[in-house]
Ligand binder design. Structure first.
Ligand code: NAD
Length: 247
């Protein structure tokens, strides 16, 4: 159902982003896979290709220089034939711990990766979608954006920020035919939080579902929001968290 569409999924060399890239590709989209290193991106491209999909690897460091991020957006668009239909802002880091224990460099990195990079990518890519009159942007938020948890203030603030940026962008680009929405995952077992397996288990136990969210479950929600079926969804937050943020 996404045949002929092109997609850029940031942070798609691992976990949730990888699942999103694979699901979009299996639905017919041509996908740019991206992460910090080329070999990891190429490995995901190889999996997609072996499954009959089409993908290209374009690495980037999204915590860095704004000009580099803009250049990354242009290179990715060129790899897709010059036109981008779908942007998924998924790359994110989540340093957690007591507020006083967060190093200044980690504070800067989480704000740069989770807020600044999506902003720069939308600034670079959304105007062309708006000019064309169609496009879809999904930002990956978190169930932690709306609850008080005694660790990870910077991370949870970054996810609250992306939800609000979603609403603002929906208002800014929606009238031009661009759908902007958030998918907010619950505790999902991924390489990124493998070290916190106990915490994931404890959070899962607190959900209605009682079993962990899988990366592919997040990907299915993204696929819906970038499809024509969701053309009236503007600025929504779709919680895919087993029922924790709303219960
Ligand atoms: P992960 O650590 O498994 O993967 C993160 C991806 O982002 C990787 O591909 C990595 O290369 C990329 N990335 C990180 N820093 C980058 C940088 N500076 N430049 C370019 N790419 C970079 O993470 P995950 O658990 O799959 O999480 C993906 C997204 O989902 C994040 O935004 C995270 O905040 C969000 N999320 C995750 C959970 C969870 O429980 N796993 C819950 C809620 C929200």
């Amino acid at each position: 159902r996404l045949a002929g569409r092109t997609a850029l999924v940031t942070g798609s060399t691992s976990g949730i982003g990888e699942a999103i890239a694979r699901v979009l590709a299996s639905s017919g989209a041509t996908v740019v896979v991206s992460g910090r290193t080329l070999p990891r991106a190429q490995a995901v491209v190889d999996v997609i290709t072996a499954a009959g999909g089409t993908a290209f690897a374009v690495p980037a460091d999204l915590s860095g220089d704004t000009d580099e991020i803009r250049e990354f957006a242009r290179v990715a668009t060129r790899a897709l034939g010059g036109s981008l239909d779908i942007l998924v802002n998924n790359a994110g880091i989540y340093p957690v711990g007591p507020t006083a224990a967060l190093a200044d460099a980690d504070l800067d990195a989480v704000l740069a990766t989770n807020i600044r990079a999506p902003h720069v990518l939308v600034a670079e890519l959304a105007p062309a979608m708006a000019e064309r009159g169609s496009g879809a942007i999904v930002n990956i938020g978190s169930w932690m954006s709306r609850v008080g948890i005694p660790f990870g203030a910077a991370y949870t603030a970054s996810k609250a920020a992306i939800e609000q940026m979603t609403r603002t962008w929906a208002a800014e680009f929606g009238p031009s035919g661009v759908n902007v929405n958030t998918v907010a995952p619950g505790a999902t077992a991924t390489p990124g939080n493998a070290a916190d397996a106990e915490q994931v288990e404890a959070m899962t136990a607190a959900t209605v579902a009682g079993v962990p969210v899988r990366p592919v479950d997040i990907a299915f929600a993204v696929r819906f929001l970038v499809s024509d079926e969701a053309r009236f969804a503007h600025g929504t937050v779709l919680d895919v968290d087993g029922g924790i943020a709303n219960t």
